[in-house]
Design a protein around this ligand. Structure first.
Ligand code: NDP
Ligand code: GDR
Length: 370
């Protein structure tokens, strides 16, 4: 039985990948940070009672900032594959916590690679590094492929650039099977609530349900190549099943503005909206609502811009070229953007329908932070 060790198992990708690997018959180990709450919502359905026999899902406390802990866990598990998904993954927040981001996202990757070397596991353990389309940053060329030059535009992207190159360096210097997946944005109903897609699907559902008046967003012009996390974790696995360690772009090849993502989300609850104005004064209003479940007046303002969400340096346009992953890995995404938006909206409408029932019955609804 193959053993996989995942950092970031409590995150969006960690949850989907753990499920995927368990289905493939792996023993799955995950590193979880200690937190004051359980923080295992995304993986609770995978939990197996450690007192039972033949448990294939195990969690270990740890942190990417702690080398001794990483060495100990890797020594104990002796993994065939490590997926380094752990990171401070929010681009905007990385401007607030740049040093921490460099430590976890940059040096954290070095710590994993060094642990493999210290333990003499170079021949046994394959490593997947969660690299990102944020490396392309300021547009040099489109669509972005494995050969497009990098120009990172945030402390997050700069830290991830270190992680990218240290992975390549250890592959070349020590013959390790270490690969970068350069993944473009991927979303799902499990996406963190402060990333723009999930913020929009949650906000749309709440507005439709009468639980929120309007949604404040930042740069509506930004363009992203959005795929589904379920498709992308399969690509991570495929990258480690090849004969040779290489780096791959994983993307859909289609780009969409934040503004159009908003339109698509509102359309899922039967609402047509119209954007008016420019820059910080841009707003969106309801034109019509065909769903009798939702009582919303035509002309209601539902979207406004708040400069608080602007980034000091922005990444304007991402569109990936997945030719290599399609031809070499045989990877093919099953979701397109409309299917992704639909799945996210169905999940958030369902969630907030329950919250509304609680609110209507007089129970307090939790504060929603952005
Ligand atoms: P999430 O933010 O959902 O999950 C991040 C995970 O990393 C969480 O489990 C988090 O733990 C953990 N983590 C954070 N800091 C540390 C630390 N110091 N030590 C150990 N673990 C830590 O991210 P995603 O699942 O969306 O992304 C997975 C990886 O892929 C990340 O590295 C991200 O940067 C990268 N990536 C993501 C893309 C995307 O579109 N989703 C695209 C390209 C790359 P906790 O739950 O305790 O916070
Ligand atoms: P990104 O994702 O920065 O691409 O990083 P995010 O969803 O945060 O932003 C995408 C674009 O939307 C614009 N935007 C807003 N973003 C947020 N979060 N909140 C808003 O209110 C808002 N309004 C507009 C942003 O300016 C940006 O242009 C994600 C993360 O998962 C990274 O870890 C990963 O490496 C990259 O995707 C690929």
């Amino acid at each position: 039985m193959k053993k996989a060790l995942l950092t970031g198992i409590t995150g969006q990708d960690g949850a989907y990948l753990a499920e995927f690997l368990l289905k493939k018959g792996y023993e799955v180990h995950g590193i979880k940070r200690r937190s004051s709450l359980f923080n295992t919502d995304r993986i609770d359905h995978l939990y197996q009672d450690p007192h039972e026999e033949n448990v294939r899902f195990k969690l270990h406390y740890g942190d990417l900032s702690d080398s001794t802990n990483l060495i100990r866990i890797i020594q104990e598990v002796q993994p065939d594959e490590i997926y380094n998904l752990g990171a401070m993954s929010h681009v905007k927040v990385s401007f607030d916590t740049p040093e921490y981001t460099a430590n976890a996202d940059g040096i954290g990757t070095l710590r994993i690679l060094e642990a493999i070397r210290i333990l003499g596991l170079e021949k046994k353990t394959k490593i997947y590094q969660a690299s990102t389309s944020e490396l392309y940053g300021l547009v040099q060329a489109v669509p972005q492929s494995e050969t497009t030059p990098f120009y990172p535009r945030s402390p997050y992207a700069v830290a991830k650039m270190y992680a990218y190159w240290i992975t390549v360096n250890y592959r070349e210097a020590y013959n390790m099977f270490a690969c970068n997946g350069i993944l473009f944005n991927h979303e799902s109903p499990l996406r963190g609530e402060t990333f723009v897609t999930r913020k929009i699907t949650r906000g749309t559902a709440k507005i439709a349900m009468g639980l929120q008046d309007k949604l404040y967003l930042g740069n509506l012009d930004a363009k992203r190549d959005w795929g589904h996390a379920k498709d992308y974790v399969e690509a991570m696995w495929l990258i480690l099943q090849q004969d040779n360690p290489e780096d791959y772009v994983i993307a859909t090849g289609v780009t969409t503005t934040v503004r159009d993502f908003v339109r698509m989300s509102f359309a899922e609850v039967g609402m047509e909206i119209e954007f008016k104005g420019e820059g910080v004064d841009e707003k969106a209003y309801v034109v019509s609502c065909s769903n009798p479940d939702y009582i919303i007046t035509e002309g209601t303002e539902v979207i406004a811009v708040d400069p608080r969400y602007f980034r000091p340096t922005e990444v304007d346009l991402l569109i990936g070229d997945p030719t290599k992953s399609k031809t070499k890995l045989g990877w093919e995404p099953k979701y397109d953007l409309p299917a992704l938006v639909k799945e996210m909206m169905v999940a958030d409408v369902e969630h907030f329908r329950k919250e509304k029932m609680l609110a209507d019955a007089g129970y307090a609804v939790k504060n929603q932070y952005e």
